[in-house]
Design a protein around this ligand. Structure first.
Ligand code: SF4
Length: 436
């Protein structure tokens, strides 16, 4: 049986897509291997959001091509494949296949053609493609990503995603419910609903509020998460559904991108600073104790020191639990590349440092205040270092604590005993902890 190795870069959507590709290829008899040197087919699932991500993949391709077995196939899939298409074949002669996110159904045939010596590209958008009949092969049973929407109809000027993932489309609510019901009957208790602007979910009959309530009702589902929402797509109905559905976790990743209304306008975000703060207030009113994380870009063309200070002030005002912070990375073909007044790299770098320090400082203060509090955690496994278990709270905080392997996959109540500023040490609250 042919062996397949998939290496995944980028966002959760790519993780879910790799699981989907393993599903497509699994039903054709491919078996998974974790060793690229043993694989007959190596696929690299790529991200195109920043130049750095693409450079990393190109250098990784240099390593993987050396491991290619005689008759083996090396493919690039995902957003970078979609963006560069046949140019990738020219750039890396050892690459046999270039397949975009809507082309995974055709992988078995494309691989067969590659084995016959043909170098193939498949980057057509298919607005009907939901991979509804393909059961993803997931790495863990504990928690599952469930794609509910693909593509994006927004046109944020910095973003390549509409060009790599095509138009927005939502799966039918019944199909999502069926998939989650199957997951729950297999023992999965936590699901993360995925979409590029997940809360604009609309299957023609149902909206995001319907979706949250329907998934939250499924027997066995104890936690529902979702990512990434678009700030102004939180309708009152969606916020009410979050508040009234016990399984929906008290955490929202709410990308703001900038705290300056002027910059937000140039980014073509569909809110200004005040509107974003209204959404934050609505979420906090409806869901007490909700944790908020965000994405922020610094150095966007035309960003002045005053604009950047607005971002710092917004970070302090919202007091985000965490933030992914980035220097603006121009992406070929996006409208922002035509904007005037680029910010010098050194200035953007210095702003990024100040922003990271501000985010860390606020997160640390929030987390120090949580030491001593008790939380339910889902035990995800052993921590990367040491022999402690790692668990996640409903608010998406990571806690490390002692305990036996038998707890993995289950829920425990723990008390936070300390924090590094971002993660926590904890002790379990039940008597088994004494033994464990
Ligand atoms: S909403 Fe904007 S940032 Fe998000 S994927 Fe769509 S275009 Fe990109």
């Amino acid at each position: 049986m042919p062996r397949i190795y998939i290496e995944t870069y980028g966002c959760q959507m790519n993780v879910a897509d790799s699981e989907l590709m393993l599903g497509v290829l699994g039903r054709e008899g491919f078996v998974r291997t974790d060793d690229p040197a043993q694989a007959d087919v190596v696929l690299v699932n790529t991200c195109a959001v920043r130049d750095h991500a693409e450079q990393k993949v190109l250098s990784r391709m240099g390593e993987l091509k050396r491991l290619k077995r005689p008759g083996g196939v090396l493919g690039v899939v995902g957003c970078m494949a979609q963006r560069l298409g046949p140019r990738l074949l020219e750039r890396v002669p050892q690459v046999d296949l270039v397949v975009g996110p809507d082309g995974y159904r055709g992988l078995p045939e494309l691989i067969a053609r590659a084995r016959a010596g043909e170098r193939a590209t498949e980057v057509e958008f298919k607005s009907w493609e939901h991979y509804e009949d393909v059961p993803p092969v997931r790495g863990t049973q504990i928690s599952a990503f469930v794609t509910v929407q693909r593509g994006c109809d927004y046109r944020c000027t910095f973003c390549i995603v509409p060009m790599t993932r095509g138009p927005e489309r939502s799966r039918k609510l019944e199909d999502v419910v069926r998939e989650v019901t199957d997951l729950a009957s297999g023992g999965t208790t936590e699901v993360t609903l995925l979409g590029q602007t997940v809360n604009s979910y609309d299957d023609g009959t149902h909206d995001f509020a319907h979706l949250l309530r329907a998934v939250g009702r499924i027997a066995g589902v104890r936690r529902v998460r979702f990512t990434s929402p678009y700030p102004t797509d939180f309708t009152e109905r969606a916020v009410a559904a979050m508040a009234e559905t016990p399984a929906v976790c008290e955490h929202v990743h709410l990308p703001v991108q900038s705290g300056s209304s002027r910059v937000l306008k140039r980014m073509l975000r569909r809110y200004d600073r005040d509107r974003y703060l209204e959404v934050v207030a609505a979420l906090r009113n409806a869901v007490p104790g909700i944790a908020l994380t965000t994405d922020i870009i610094v150095g966007f063309p035309g960003e002045t020191e005053d604009d950047f200070r607005d971002t710092l002030a917004l970070v302090a005002l919202v007091a985000f639990d965490d933030a992914y912070t980035f220097k603006y990375s121009p992406r070929e073909g996006t409208p922002a590349t035509r904007l005037k007044d680029p910010v010098p790299d050194a200035v953007a770098g210095e702003r990024l440092e100040r922003l990271v320090a501000a985010v860390r400082d606020i997160a640390r203060r929030t987390n120090v205040a949580l030491v001593g509090s008790a939380h339910e955690v889902l035990v995800e496994g052993r921590a990367k270092r040491g022999d402690l278990l790692q668990g996640r709270t409903r608010t998406n905080k990571i806690a490390l604590f002692p305990g036996p392997d038998a707890w993995i996959g289950g829920y425990r109540d723990v008390r936070f005993t300390g924090t590094t500023g971002s993660t926590f040490t904890a002790v379990p609250l039940d008597e088994l902890a004494v033994v464990g």
